[in-house]
Design a protein around this ligand. Structure first.
Ligand code: UN1
Length: 490
C-alpha cells in the first residue's frame, strides 16, 4: 500500500511527525493509501516555503500566471478519466458525477487563466479637474485553503485557481477523507510548471493542523468550505480577519400546482439523492402545493424505490455510499428524530447491511417546518416533504431556516417565478431546475448562516483573494482639496 507525502517547496516530503493515516474507499472500506499526519513543524515549513513562493509568484505578470493555470486545465483534461476513477474510489460519488467534479476543475482553471488578462479594476471621473481615479488589485500573501471531501477536486480548484491568479501563494489543507484526490491534484500542478513553494500541500487532522493554521500570523487569508461549527470556530479564532466561509445549506425546492410534474420529479431525485445528498446544495426540503401532493408523492416514492445503490465505479449505479461510518450515524440520528417528531416515513430509513457505508434513499412526508429534519443539514439521502396552500406560505417556509445557499421553484407561471427570485433568501435560485448545477463563471455562495458573504467562482471569485487599492493621480500641479475646492462650472 502506498504512502503519500506532503508537497512543500516543490518537493514531496514526509511529515516531521513520522505518523500517517489511511484514506478509505467508502464503497468497500479498503485502504487506498496512507497520508502524512502533519504537525506544527510541517505547517511552519509550509509557511516558509509559501512565503518564498509568494515573493516569486507575485512578481510574475498575471497573464503569465494565467498560462500556467491553462496548462493545469489541459493536464486535468488529459487525466480526466483517471482522476474521476480515483475520485469515485475515495469519495464514493458515482463515476458520471466524478467526471463532473473533475470537469468543474478543468473549467475553473480555464476561466481563471483568462482572468489573468482581466483582473479588472474601475476607473471613474474625479470631482476635481486634472485628477484621475481608479482601483487596482493587490494580492494578499499566503492563503490557507481548507477544503471538504464532497467535491474533492472541484472545490480546491475554485479556491486555488482564484488565489493563484491574484498572485498569492497557497497552503492547501484538504479533508482527511480525500487526501488522495488532493495529492493527485497537486501532482498535476507540479507537472504544469507551478514553481516550488507557490502551492504547498499538507495533510492531517483538522483539529491539529487546522488550528495551527488559524493561529499562524504569517497567513494572510483563510478560505474554508465545510461545516457551520468549524466555520464559526475559524471566524472567531483566526488571527487573520480575512476569512472566506462557505458553510451548509438546507435547500428547498418549491413545486407549484402549475408545475411540469415530471420535470420537477427529475429535479427532486437529482437534487435530493445526487451525490447521496452530500452537497451543500442538496435539495433536502421539497415544498409541495397541496393540490398536487398525492400525485407527486406517489410518483416520487415509485422512482426512489427504483434507484440502484452500489459502488459508483460500476455501470448502472444511481447512488453511491456515504463518506464514512460517522455519516451513517448522523443520518440515522435524523431519521429517528423525524419519526419521533411525527413525520411520516414513506420509504428508506435504513442502512444497508453490507461492506461500505450505504444508506437507503429516504423520504419523509407531512414534515412541519419546525422539525429538526426540516431545519438542520443532514448531508445524506433524506428528503423532507412539506405541504403548503400557496406560494406565500412556501416562501415563508423556504426562509424559515438559518441557511440560505441554494433554492429552486418549479412553476409554469412567470409571476410565481419572479416572486420566488425576489423573495427567497438564498444566494442561488433556480427556476425549473434543481438546487444543484452551478457553473464556474457565475458566483457561488449564500446568505445567512451559509457563509460570511463571499462568493466563489466567476467574476466575483477573485474578490476573496485580492485587495482593492484606490488610486488618485493629480496632474493639475497644484494642491486640490476634495469636498472643499468646489469646481465652478463657469
Ligand atoms: C457543494 O454543494 O458543496 O452546484 C458544491 C453544484 C456544484 C457545486 C456544489 N457545481 O452542486
Amino acid at each position: 500500500m502506498g504512502i503519500y507525502n506532503n508537497y512543500i517547496d516543490g518537493k514531496f516530503i514526509s511529515s516531521e511527525s513520522k505518523k500517517t493515516f489511511p484514506s478509505i474507499n467508502p464503497s468497500n472500506e479498503k485502504v487506498l493509501g496512507y497520508f502524512q499526519e502533519s504537525n506544527k513543524k510541517d505547517l511552519d515549513n509550509a509557511v516558509k516555503s509559501a512565503w518564498k513562493g509568494y515573493k516569486l509568484w507575485n512578481n510574475v505578470p498575471a497573464p503569465k500566471r494565467g498560462d500556467i493555470l491553462l496548462n493545469i486545465s489541459k493536464l486535468l483534461k488529459e487525466n480526466k478519466e483517471r482522476l474521476s476513477k480515483i475520485l469515485t474510489m475515495e469519495m464514493g460519488k458515482i463515476i458520471s458525477e466524478a467526471r463532473g467534479d473533475v470537469q468543474e476543475a478543468i473549467d475553473v482553471f480555464e476561466y481563471m487563466a483568462g482572468e489573468g488578462r482581466r483582473l479588472f479594476g474601475i476607473t471613474t471621473p474625479s470631482e476635481l479637474r486634472e485628477k484621475f481615479c481608479m482601483t487596482t488589485r493587490r494580492s494578499l500573501g499566503i492563503c490557507a485553503l481548507i477544503t471538504p471531501w464532497n467535491f474533492p477536486i472541484a472545490i480546491p480548484s475554485w479556491k486555488i485557481s482564484a488565489a493563484l491568479i491574484c498572485g498569492n501563494s497557497v497552503i492547501f489543507k484538504p479533508s482527511s477523507d480525500t487526501p488522495l484526490c488532493a495529492y493527485e491534484l497537486v501532482k498535476i500542478f507540479d507537472e504544469a510548471g507551478i514553481p516550488g513553494g507557490v502551492v504547498n500541500l499538507i495533510t492531517g487532522k483538522g483539529e491539529e493542523i487546522g488550528n495551527e493554521i488559524i493561529k499562524n500570523k504569517n497567513i494572510s487569508a483563510i478560505s474554508f468550505t465545510g461545516s457551520r461549527e468549524v466555520g464559526e470556530h475559524i471566524l472567531k479564532n483566526s488571527y487573520t480577519h480575512r476569512v472566506g466561509l462557505e458553510l451548509g445549506g438546507k435547500n428547498p425546492i418549491i413545486i407549484m400546482d402549475d408545475a411540469n410534474l415530471d420535470l420537477a420529479l427529475d429535479g427532486v431525485i437529482w437534487g435530493g439523492f445526487g451525490t447521496t445528498g452530500q452537497r451543500c446544495t442538496a435539495a433536502s426540503r421539497v415544498i409541495i402545493h397541496k393540490n398536487i401532493k398525492k400525485e407527486f408523492e406517489d410518483k416520487l416514492v415509485k422512482r426512489t424505490k427504483k434507484l440502484r445503490l452500489g459502488d459508483g465505479l460500476k455501470e448502472g449505479i444511481d447512488v453511491g455510499p456515504l463518506i464514512a461510518e460517522r455519516a451513517i450515524s448522523k443520518v440515522d440520528f435524523y431519521v429517528s428524530s423525524g419519526k419521533k417528531e411525527g413525520a411520516h416515513l414513506l420509504c428508506g430509513g435504513k442502512k444497508i447491511n453490507k461492506k461500505g457505508f450505504f444508506y437507503e434513499p429516504t423520504i419523509f412526508s407531512n414534515v412541519k417546518k419546525e422539525m429538526r429534519i426540516a431545519q438542520e443539514e443532514i448531508f445524506g439521502p433524506v428528503i423532507s416533504l412539506i405541504n403548503v396552500k400557496n406560494l406565500d406560505e412556501a416562501i415563508d417556509i423556504c426562509n424559515s431556516v438559518e441557511y440560505g445557499l441554494s433554492s429552486s421553484i418549479y412553476t409554469e407561471n412567470i409571476k410565481n417565478a419572479f416572486k420566488a427570485i425576489e423573495k427567497i433568501e438564498a444566494g442561488i435560485t433556480y427556476v425549473n431546475s434543481s438546487t444543484i448545477g452551478s457553473e464556474v463563471h457565475l458566483p457561488f455562495g449564500g446568505v445567512k448562516g451559509t457563509g460570511n458573504g463571499i462568493r466563489e467562482g466567476g467574476f466575483l471569485g477573485i474578490d476573496e483573494f485580492s485587495e482593492i487599492k484606490t488610486v488618485y493621480i493629480d496632474y493639475s500641479g497644484k494642491l486640490q482639496k476634495a469636498q472643499i475646492d468646489l469646481v465652478r462650472i463657469k
